[in-house]
Design a protein around this ligand. Structure first.
Ligand code: CA
Length: 389
């Protein structure tokens, strides 16, 4: 079997309302899907992390840089292709957009491998340690409005996510330390005592501001404090982890085994959040997972994007070994965006119906059982939302 083409589909639509995180507000939803074609008619699908104009730049990398290196290769030689691309582009991008682009291609090659073997990716990796995973629903995005009105909105939204059946929830902060603590108090009011929730700063704080907010999170019983400081600031991470009782999480902005090595050896994280659609795809994710577990650091995947990314992560979460094991082991969760996302809800020929599964099962979602990713995008949907450049 030979690879005959790699196509990049950048999809976009206008969101019904502007949403934000600590770095920016955004008005459009983007998804970036990768399609790998073969001479035997088997097609694989993958996804690249990276919104908006980043996706358009990655499309150029995929079609102009990676495709010529991969054409003619047997798609089952995914590790060979990965290292060929990585080694030939090492001087131009050991992190960032080069790796995001390679990730989507690698995921599509795993989809092909599963389809050829006639088994789901979770089985190909080594089997399912669990046939369903708990789901946390994130929401409480920033909006361009004042802090008091945002806090009121967060109280209501948190209560809605809880009543929709999700096992936990996650909020954004980023208005500044004092207002951010008020937002967290508002979410605690919304979910009540005892319900698990997390706080995502998207690296907006200095270390001292992160300590100020982190001490408030301890008092409010927050489960984790995500990306408190810049991803490059490993010393800041180390100091926060040693000095705060709240779990420190992060890593969505880190790439490859070589990048993750420093985060893990530096004892920077209580919970690691690798992003498979950015760090190098499934092949590299499995190496990062092994490295995290080597350091006995639990992993809860970062998930962003379309139903392709959600399906990819369901297989990875199913195949994740228990750490460290036991009668009532620590369990990973699926990250799920509760805000408007057609690319997750309406993309597939047979939708995953995550929200309906969560409502029905008390917060759980099943692992797709078909070969490869076990999901297929609807062609007419791709055509409808593709942006032509
Ligand atoms: Ca995050």
């Amino acid at each position: 079997m030979k690879i005959t083409g790699i196509h990049s589909h950048v999809l976009q639509y206008d969101l019904p309302e502007e949403l934000g995180y600590s770095q920016q507000y955004y008005a459009k939803r983007t998804a970036h899907l990768i399609e790998v074609e073969t001479d035997e008619g088997v097609t694989g699908w993958g996804e690249c992390f990276g919104p908006g104009n980043i996706a358009l730049a990655n499309k150029g990398i995929i079609e102009k840089v990676i495709q010529p290196m991969a054409l003619g290769h047997d798609p089952l030689d995914r590790d060979v292709i990965w290292h060929k691309v990585y080694n030939l582009t090492r001087d131009h991008g050991q992190k960032g957009m080069m790796l995001q682009s390679l990730s989507g291609v690698d995921i599509a090659l795993w989809d092909i491998a599963g389809k050829v073997a006639g088994m789901p990716i979770s089985k190909l990796i080594g089997g399912t340690h669990r046939d369903r995973v708990p789901v946390y629903g994130y929401g409480m995005m920033l909006r361009p409005e004042n802090a008091q009105s945002l806090a009121d909105r967060f109280t209501d939204e948190a209560a809605e996510i809880k009543s929709a059946g999700f096992t936990a929830t996650k909020m954004k902060v980023g208005l500044g330390p004092a207002d951010d603590v008020k937002l967290v108090e508002a979410v605690r009011r919304g979910v009540g005592d005892g319900f698990r929730f997390m706080v995502d700063a998207n690296h907006c704080y200095t270390t001292s501001d992160a300590f100020f907010v982190g001490h408030a999170l301890e008092e409010l019983g927050v489960y984790w404090f995500e990306e408190p400081v810049a991803p490059e600031d490993l010393d800041g991470y180390r100091e926060l982890r040693a000095g705060l009782r709240v779990n420190i999480s992060g890593g969505e902005g880190e790439f490859t085994r070589w990048g993750w090595r420093h985060l893990l050896e530096g004892r920077c994280l209580d919970i690691a959040q690798p992003e498979v659609c950015a760090l190098g795809g499934i092949s590299e994710y499995l190496k990062v997972l092994a490295l995290a577990h080597t350091h006995f650091t639990p992993v809860i995947n970062h998930v962003w994007g379309s139903a392709i990314a959600v399906a990819t992560n369901l297989h990875l979460l199913a195949a994740m070994p228990p750490l460290p094991g036991g009668l009532h082991p620590w369990e990973p969760m699926l990250e799920f965006d509760t805000t408007d996302n057609k690319f997750r809800d309406d993309l597939l020929v047979e939708p995953l119906n995550i929200q309906a599964q969560v409502a029905k099962s008390g917060g759980y979602v099943a692992i797709p059982k078909g070969p490869g990713l076990g999901v297929e995008p609807e062609r007419s949907f791709l055509q409808k939302f593709a942006i032509n450049t």
